[in-house]
Ligand binder design. Structure first.
Ligand code: CAA
Length: 257
């Protein structure tokens, strides 16, 4: 079935997913989540897709989980639907995801950006976890991921006050890797995505997995894991091709798996 809440476009080896609920500032409802996950799971397996760019509109990346969808639910509704658990499949996508954020990235919107691997922000971006104002707390990993990304005191400041943080502060805090003028956000994000997608998809997936482990393993375990997968790459054609091309002073061809 054609997705109703997102747009999908492919440019070279990059799949661009645009959240498309403009009237609700791209609030994340269940239908949007299901569409995104289902489309991305298929593209994740496609060797012709080497990177995702996830974006929204000029005004809003996403203004949060859909408050109107949630507001009348009971505890038992939330518990039995395991509300938000569907987003775990999004985090399991192995192809890298770049969040290109303009405007509001609030609540679930900020959490969606943090579930991506890289966040690029336009100068207009505003990040926040304002759930406290609604009598709730972040529910798609915000208390955990934000704390790991910006540290305890900044996470507490944002989550307990509900205040918004601009792009410059977000970059200073380590949430965002680049701040880009808004008219260049998509172009620059695509350039980075195309570069990532030009490398060996296998190697990129393994590199991503190793970095992801860093937030969960001890340094010793993480370094051991890295060394083991580094060794494993020597079983791939792409290691042979990458290193042979260097020696022959030519561009490697990673198109053959
Ligand atoms: N859910 C549902 N609808 C939303 C929404 C949301 N999170 N955010 C905005 N909308 C809707 C508004 O209700 C409004 O719809 P109507 O025209 O039908 O009234 C429309 O989008 C436009 O919004 P505003 O008129 O409010 O636009 P604004 O420019 O005046 O304000 C804003 C923009 C500051 C982002 C404001 O919309 C806002 O505060 N939104 C809610 C932000 C929020 O609290 N997010 C957290 C949600 S809870 C959550 O995400 C839990 C979690 O951890 C997963």
């Amino acid at each position: 079935m054609k997705p109703m809440n997102i747009k999908i476009e492919q440019r070279k080896r990059v799949a661009i997913i645009t959240l498309d609920r403009p009237k609700a500032l791209n609030a994340l409802n269940t239908a949007l989540m299901q569409e995104m996950v289902s489309v991305m799971q298929k593209l994740d397996k496609d060797p012709e897709v080497g990177c995702f760019v996830i974006t929204g509109s000029e005004k809003a990346f996403a203004a949060g989980a859909d408050i109107k969808e949630m507001k009348d639910k009971s505890y038992l509704d939330m518990f039995h639907e395991d509300y938000f658990a569907g987003w775990e499949a999004f985090t399991s996508i192995r192809t890298p995801k770049i969040a290109a954020v303009s405007g509001y990235a609030l609540g679930g919107g900020c959490e969606l950006a943090m579930m991506c691997d890289i966040i690029y922000a336009s100068t207009t971006a505003k990040f926040g976890q304002p759930e406290i104002k609604l009598g709730v707390i972040p529910g798609i990993g915000g208390t955990q991921r934000l704390t790991k990304m910006v540290g305890k005191t900044k996470a507490m400041d944002l989550i307990l006050t509900g205040r918004l943080m601009n792009a410059e502060e977000a970059e200073r805090s380590g949430l965002v890797s680049r701040v880009i003028p808004s008219n260049k956000l998509i172009e620059e994000s695509l350039q980075a995505a195309e570069l990532i997608a030009s490398y060996s998809k296998t190697t990129v997936m393994i590199a991503k997995e190793a970095v992801d482990r860093a937030t969960e393993l001890s340094l010793r375990e993480g370094v051991l894991y890295e060394r083991r997968v580094f060794h494993a790459l020597f079983a791939t054609e792409h290691q042979k091709e990458g290193m042979q091309a260097f020696v022959e002073k030519r561009t490697p061809d990673f198109s053959k798996s």
